[in-house]
Design a protein around this ligand. Structure first.
Ligand code: NAD
Length: 463
């Protein structure tokens, strides 16, 4: 559907009128919409599995984990906490202001625009929507055109369950996105690449619209081999899962590459291969539960990353590519050239480079001299190394000894820094992302000091 067919001007006008009418501010409306969204997800669980499988070939276990479970958890939290979050918070004041009281009054931002991405095509649309509803906004969602079955599912079911005067879905690709950016919004929440993130931010600047940018980048893993052999086995299994078990490498919080001391590389490769075999069998090519590459464009992009002979020479496991089925085998590379695209750009696919170092402390310089990652992972029990990771590197978040679990906690803000993003959400942070905390100060007419008024005098200066 084109923007003209959608009737953008008219629909946007309706969203604005609904917001102005105050409907979306009422707590009863917000709760009813959250409950309706909960019903939508519960009633359509099987359909969600189906459309996610159609777009990405994800197994229902992964689809439940990434799309259904997280959203049900988030809705339950919002329904339980909404009243507390939305109530004004008393704020202290200096004695000199007496008699007065102050509070922070959460108010919705207005009509918000949500762009989502294709790798978690349901949850990356609904998770920000939950925050927008909880905070009392009207919203327009543009799902990613790269997951067409999920996009059309959202466009079909959202109007059936939610208040269509306040929440709408528009389908389309970059042209639709560009048209939407010509309009004035009260907030733009974007999930996608740093390249498009820049386009969003410059369009938003025209209207001074606030943005949250949930972007990507290369998430490194620092693997300290001073762990016991059983700990190393668990660590490497978690790393393998954090690569291939999270949307087959197509995840913003997934592992991009591993930094490890060179003497350990052969063992690391063996243990990674063991995990691949355990997860997908010896013939990974035939294993149907491995999420597939989303489309031809991304398949070609990934294939090009390993066409460079200097890169293909570094493949130590996998590397098989089936153009017809757009299949790329789980692939491990040992020390590909650092200036090759596979090491300068986010991989977002099933390649796992291992970069070897003389000693693990060099990993700090390696990470801190590159763009700030969304997540930095470090497997270590060494407190000195942990301190160095925390104090000498910068990233959206740091997780020690596991992968992606920080993403699943509602108590931790999720978001990037620098090139990996701007702003944060999840749990209460989603509510805050769509809220303005208005400072309200209340005084009365007792005590009106003359010294605050002109004419000025030396006495008033020293008062
Ligand atoms: P993308 O940036 O190309 O697209 C994202 C959205 O922007 C889509 O809805 C698309 O239609 C729209 N869009 C594309 N071009 C546009 C334009 N010129 N004007 C307006 N809108 C436009 O997404 P991609 O590169 O395929 O996605 C992968 C990236 O997303 C990776 O970098 C990944 O790390 C990142 N990502 C981040 C998160 C996170 O939560 N931080 C989650 C998932 C993916």
């Amino acid at each position: 559907m084109t923007v003209a067919e959608f009737g953008l001007g008219e629909r946007l006008g309706e969203l604005r009128r609904t917001f102005q009418s105050g409907t979306t501010r009422s707590l009863a409306w917000r709760k009813a919409q959250l409950q309706a969204l909960l019903n939508l997800v519960r009633d359509n669980e099987e359909q969600i599995f189906q459309v996610v499988h159609e777009d990405l070939g994800k197994h229902p276990v992964e689809a439940f984990r990434d799309e259904v479970g997280v959203i049900l958890k988030s809705l339950t939290l919002n329904l339980n906490c909404l009243e507390k979050w939305a109530s004004p918070k008393k704020s202290p004041l200096p004695l000199a202001f007496f008699p007065a009281t102050a509070e922070l009054l959460p108010e919705p931002l207005g009509v918000v625009l949500i762009f989502s991405c294709w790798n978690f095509p349901i949850s990356l649309a609904l998770e920000p929507l939950i925050g927008a509803i909880s905070a009392g906004n009207a919203a327009l969602i543009k799902p990613s055109e790269m997951a067409p079955a999920c996009s059309s599912f959202l466009a079909r079911v959202i109007p059936r369950y939610l208040d269509n005067k306040a929440i709408k879905v528009i389908e389309g690709g970059p042209e639709t996105g560009a048209k939407l950016l010509e309009e004035k919004w009260d907030k733009i929440f974007f999930t996608g690449s740093p390249r498009v993130g820049r386009i969003i931010m410059s369009a938003a600047a025209k209207h001074l619209t606030p943005v949250t940018l949930e972007l990507g980048g290369k998430c490194p893993v620092i693997l300290d081999t001073r762990l016991s052999s059983s700990e190393l086995e668990v660590a490497i299994k978690r790393i393998a899962w954090g690569k291939w078990g999270l949307c087959n490498g197509q995840s913003c919080v997934g592992v991009d590459y591993i930094l490890v001391e060179e003497k350990f590389a052969p063992t690391l490769i063996d243990l990674l291969k063991k995990s691949i075999d355990q997860f997908y069998g010896r013939k990974a090519k035939d294993f149907k539960d491995l999420t597939r590459i989303v489309n031809r464009h991304h398949f070609e992009r990934l294939h090009n990353l390993i066409k460079d002979p200097a890169v293909s020479d570094s493949i130590v496991h996998g590397g098989q590519v089936d153009k017809e089925r757009m299949f790329i085998e789980p692939t491990i590379l040992l020390d590909p050239p650092l200036e090759a695209e596979i090491m300068t750009e986010e991989i977002f696919g099933p390649f796992l480079p291992i970069i070897t170092l003389k000693n693990i402390e060099e990993s700090i310089e390696f990470v801190s001299s590159r763009p700030k990652p969304l997540v930095l992972y470090a497997f270590t029990k060494d407190e000195t190394l942990k301190r160095l990771v925390l104090s000498r590197t910068s990233s959206g978040s740091v997780t020690f000894n596991d992968i992606a679990v920080q993403f699943m906690s509602d108590d931790l803000p999720f978001g990037g820094i620098g090139q990996s993003g701007l702003g944060k959400y999840h749990g209460k942070f989603s509510f805050e992302a769509f809220t303005h905390e208005k400072a309200v100060l209340r005084r009365n007419f007792i005590f009106d000091l003359e010294s605050r008024y002109p004419p000025w005098s030396d006495f008033k200066l020293n008062f």
